[in-house]
Design a binder for this molecule. Structure first.
Ligand SMILES: Nc1ncnc2c1ncn2[C@@H]1O[C@H](COP(=O)(O)OP(=O)(O)OP(=O)(O)O)[C@@H](O)[C@H]1O
Ligand SMILES: [Mg+2]
Length: 372
C-alpha cells in the first residue's frame, strides 16, 4: 500500500496541448479518491501519468514517498482498469486472470491461490471456464477488475470502468465496488465524469476543469461548501441555481440582497461586499413555496412529477438567470399549471455567494452554522 502525490505537475503533449496545469494533490494510503470533471478536462491524462504511460513535463510524482517520474509502468506496481476493459477474447476467464501473474513468472501454486482469492472476492467462480464473449457486459467488467486485482497492486487506477454499462447495472456494480474498495483498503484513484458516481465511491472527490484542480474535499463538504462557481454548478443534480446579485442598503440602513428587481433581507455580516457584483447560488432543495408576500414572485414554466418529488421549473420575475429557469425540488407530487404565479421562499442560510472571479465568499454561515 502507498500514498500518492502530485506535486506541481504540468503536462504538455507533443504538439503543444497543455492538458494539466500546476496540479498538486496528495492521496492518502488506503484512500479512494474520485477524480471528476467534464470531458477533456485531463482526468485520463492524470491517471496515465500515475500509471507511467505518460511522463510529466514538469513537477514530481511520488508513490509511497518514492519519486516515480522516470519509472516504467512495471516498476510502479500500479494496476489500471480502462474504460473498454479489454479482455483477451481467446482466453477463458481463468486464463485472463492468470495472465498478469504468469507474466511476472510467479510460481504455479501462488498463481492458483491469487486467482482463487480474486474469483471469490468478485464472485467469478461460475464463469472461470467461459470465454469473455459468453459473459454479459457487467460480468466482463468484474473479470477486468479481477485481472487488475490479482496482481495485488500498491495503487489501483480506474478510468470510467462502468461507463459501458446500463444505468441499473452501473448502480449495482457501483455499490459492489464501493464495498470492495473499503474491504481491500488499496489506495485507489477512480476517474469518472459522473458526479453521482464520484460522490458515492470517493472518500474524497477532486474536481478538475481545464486541467486545473478546482477543489478536493469529502463529498458532503464539496456539496455544501463549493469553493467556486464551477464546483457549485458541477456537483449536484439538478444543478445549483445561479444568478447575478448585489448587496444594497435600503431605508434605515438595512442590508438587502438584490436579485433583479426584487430583494431579500440579508445578514449584516455580508456588508463587506456591499455593491460588489456577485453571483448568488441556491440548491433546488433550498427553495420552498410560500404564501407570504415577502417571497420572490415567480411563474411556473414546467413541472416534472417524479413520484417521490416534484421538480418545478420557474422564471423569476425581473431576474436574468444564468440558466434559463430556476429549479425547485418539492417533496411528493404537487400539481402545477404552466403560467401559474407562485411565491418562493429562499433560505438565505443556504445561499452561496461568489465574487466576480467566481470564488466563494465566506458568507458567515454554512447550513445555518456561524463560521468566521
Ligand atoms: N496523446 C495526446 N496528444 C495530444 N493531446 C492529447 C493527448 N491525449 C489527450 N490529449 C488532450 O489533453 C486533454 C485532456 O485529455 P484527457 O483524455 O486527459 O481528458 P479526459 O478528462 O479524460 O476526457 P474524457 O472524459 O472525454 O475521457 C484534451 O484536450 C485532449 O485532447
Ligand atoms: Mg478520459
Amino acid at each position: 500500500m502507498a500514498d500518492v502525490t502530485f506535486e506541481n505537475i504540468d503536462k504538455i503533449y507533443p504538439g503543444g496541448t497543455q492538458a494539466i496545469f500546476e496540479f498538486s494533490l496528495a492521496v492518502a494510503d488506503g484512500e479512494a479518491l474520485a477524480l471528476v470533471g467534464p470531458s477533456g478536462c485531463g482526468k485520463s491524462t492524470l491517471l496515465r501519468l500515475l500509471a507511467g504511460l505518460e511522463t510529466p513535463t514538469s513537477g514530481v510524482l511520488r508513490i509511497g514517498g518514492e519519486v516515480v517520474n522516470d519509472q516504467s509502468p512495471q516498476q510502479r506496481n500500479v494496476a489500471m482498469v480502462f474504460q473498454d476493459y479489454a479482455l483477451y477474447p481467446h482466453m477463458t476467464v481463468r486464463q485472463n486472470l492468470e495472465f498478469p501473474l504468469k507474466m511476472r513468472r510467479l510460481p504455479r501454486l501462488e498463481i492458483e491461490q491469487q486467482v482463487k482469492w480474486a474469483a471469490e472476492l468478485l464472485s467469478l467462480g461460475e464463469w472461470l471456464n467461459r470465454l469473455p464473449r459468453q459473459l454479459s457486459g457487467g460480468q466482463r467488467q468484474r473479470v477486468a477488475m479481477g485481472r487488475a486485482l490479482v496482481r495485488q497492486p500498491t495503487v489501483f487506477l480506474m478510468d470510467e470502468p462502468l461507463s459501458n454499462l446500463d444505468a441499473r447495472l452501473r448502480g449495482q456494480i457501483r455499490a459492489e465496488l464501493s464495498e470492495l474498495l473499503d474491504r481491500l483498503g488499496t489506495t485507489t484513484v477512480y476517474v469518472t465524469h459522473d458526479q453521482a458516481e464520484a460522490m458515492t465511491l470517493g472518500d474524497r472527490v477532486a474536481v478538475v476543469d481545464h486541467g486545473r484542480l478546482q477543489q478536493v474535499a469529502p463529498p458532503q463538504e464539496l456539496y455544501e461548501q463549493p469553493a467556486n462557481i464551477f464546483v457549485a454548478g458541477f456537483i449536484g443534480n439538478p444543478p445549483m441555481n445561479l444568478f447575478p446579485a448585489q448587496l444594497t442598503i435600503v431605508s434605515e440602513g438595512r442590508l438587502r440582497l438584490r436579485l433583479g428587481e426584487q430583494s431579500l433581507p440579508a445578514p449584516d455580516y455580508w456588508r463587506q461586499w456591499l455593491d460588489a457584483p456577485l453571483t448568488a447560488g441556491i440548491r433546488p432543495e433550498h427553495l420552498a413555496l410560500t404564501s407570504q408576500d415577502s417571497g420572490l414572485r415567480a411563474t411556473v414554466h414546467d413541472a416534472e412529477y417524479l413520484g417521490h418529488e416534484t421538480l418545478l421549473y420557474l422564471r423569476i420575475d425581473g431576474i436574468a438567470l444564468i440558466a434559463p429557469v430556476m429549479v425547485a425540488r418539492l417533496s411528493g407530487i404537487r400539481i402545477f399549471h404552466k403560467g401559474e404565479a407562485v411565491r418562493l421562499a429562499l433560505n438565505t442560510a443556504h445561499l452561496h455567494l461568489f465574487d466576480a472571479a467566481g470564488l466563494a465568499l465566506d458568507h458567515g454561515m454554512t447550513g445555518g452554522d456561524a463560521r468566521r
